[in-house]
Design a protein around this ligand. Structure first.
Ligand SMILES: [Zn+2]
Length: 111
């Protein structure tokens, strides 16, 4: 009987990461050496957490019929959602530049 080595654990780790990032075609690991990728993904996960938290608070405010809070949180939630979408698009564009080989030019901006 063969033991399930570290490979098995790695696979589990990867599927977990995929789950956390929903439907990502490619993850950061592909461009592990790229600081911009890391930064974009870091910002994106922050924006995701912020968005989820705001949506949660909005749901709670709605339950309590707190109209003022609902209004404030609606604006904030929409803003967070927009930020999240924009970051997702930035990642898409950035990853495209990797594929086009334009990455070297991009990586030279601000060391
Ligand atoms: Zn990159």
């Amino acid at each position: 009987m063969r033991a399930l080595g570290p490979f098995y654990r790695e696979r589990v780790g990867v599927s977990f990461a995929t789950m956390a990032g929903s439907s990502l075609e490619s993850c950061t690991c592909m461009y592990a050496s790229c600081k911009e990728c890391h930064e974009l993904w870091r910002q994106y996960s922050l924006a995701t957490v912020t968005h989820i938290q705001l949506a949660d608070r909005l749901r709670f405010a709605a339950l309590q019929n707190d109209l003022d809070l609902i209004e404030t949180l609606t604006v904030e939630t929409e803003g967070a959602e927009k930020t999240r979408t924009e970051l997702r698009e930035s990642i898409r564009q950035h990853e495209k530049s990797h594929k086009n080989g334009m990455f070297q030019a991009a990586s030279q901006s601000q060391g």
